[in-house]
Design a protein around this ligand. Structure first.
Ligand SMILES: [Zn+2]
Ligand SMILES: [Zn+2]
Length: 344
């Protein structure tokens, strides 16, 4: 079968080539992939910074995918051939204390699809059936693949933030996670949701946020706090969701949040952040973190996208699978927000 493979331990070295066909093991199903999306972490895997040296090499990339059930392995009984499905990104063990209490996203034995084990940028993928979700009929495969990052956003807002009806909310970063976090906060009844980004976001991402109905602040053009105050009429934010992944974003979040407010860190930080904790303590600022998503968040994402309550279509650029490497280049150049490869 054809697959997109990270071939060697160096920057680049991502190729499209034939690999042995995936086969479902005990408890697994084989999915014929129709859509596979490129995530920021796939782009990092492409660039191969030190934080990604844990990867299995060679590995088929991709953890955002949707398709149809092709076959079931021994003991897999939940799905029928032809059913429309998508899979979770974490291969949790199901046996550790966190898994047994529903916190599969922080499984003690977690393996990441497309990094530790072969992923979804291929004609087929074999996955344990306990991490597979049915896709509603009216949802396209492209949207179903993007339900994965959407689930990450819902975990951040609904399980790990202080977003409540009437809250003034700041979202840092206008990528796929930032723009779906903002939509989730609006669904919660937040009084105001302001999306901020840098000058690099000024051409496409911030205008897209505004088209989705969110006031924006370009922090390279305007002071973040002054911008937030002018957009909301509030002195500070009740809840900040830091989705930019930059260390500067953490410091800005602590500057913008009100006394007693909550900062949720959703980005994966490539650099350390120097923070003075005296003010954080004196102001009783809560710092929460949020990592990937659990079963419930995937169901929320599929339902809310299918019901038209959360929009992901404007984020997506579709590429035929054979142009997959071009899609990587466009993602790296920020020319496409969420490239989705179309296989069948
Ligand atoms: Zn991802
Ligand atoms: Zn576990």
């Amino acid at each position: 079968m054809l697959a997109i493979v990270k071939e060697e331990r160096k920057p680049g070295a991502v190729v499209m080539r034939d690999v042995p066909a995936a086969r479902p093991l005990e408890g697994e199903i084989l999915i014929r992939v129709h859509s596979a999306a490129i995530c920021g972490s796939d782009l990092h895997a492409y660039e191969y910074p030190p934080a990604y040296e844990f990867m299995k090499i060679p590995v088929i990339l991709g953890h955002e995918y949707a398709g149809t059930v092709e076959a079931a392995g021994p003991g897999a009984t939940v799905f029928r051939r032809g059913e429309r499905v998508m899979g979770e990104s974490n291969r949790f063990c199901g046996r550790c204390a966190n898994c047994r209490t529903g916190r599969t996203n922080i499984c003690e034995n977690n393996l990441m699809t497309g990094l530790h084990v072969d992923g979804g940028m291929a004609e087929f993928i074999a996955v344990p059936e306990n991490l597979v979700h049915r896709v509603p009929d009216n949802l396209s495969f492209e949207e179903a693949a993007v339900a994965q990052p959407c689930a990450v956003s819902f975990h951040a807002v609904y399980d790990n933030s202080a977003v409540v009806p009437g809250a003034a909310v700041a979202v840092f970063g206008a990528g796929v996670v930032g723009l779906t976090v903002a939509q989730a906060a609006r669904l919660c009844g937040a009084a105001a949701v302001v999306v901020s980004g840098t000058g690099a976001d000024a051409r496409t991402r911030l205008p897209l946020a505004r088209r989705m109905g969110f006031p924006t602040v370009d922090i390279d053009e305007e002071d973040l706090v002054a911008g937030f105050v002018s957009r909301t009429g509030r002195r500070r934010a009740d809840a900040v969701l830091e989705c930019s992944g930059s260390a500067a974003g953490i410091r800005d979040a602590l500057r913008l949040v009100r006394k007693g407010g909550t900062v949720t860190l959703v980005g994966i930080y490539g650099q350390d952040a120097a923070i003075s904790f005296a003010a954080v303590v004196r102001d009783e600022i809560h710092i929460k973190t949020s990592y990937t998503a659990t079963w419930k968040n995937y169901e929320q994402a599929l339902d809310l996208i299918a019901g038209g309550r959360v929009e992901v279509r404007p984020l997506i650029t579709v590429y035929p699978f054979r142009e997959g490497l071009q899609a990587f280049r466009d993602g790296l150049a920020r020319a496409a927000l969420k490239p989705v490869l179309q296989l069948a």
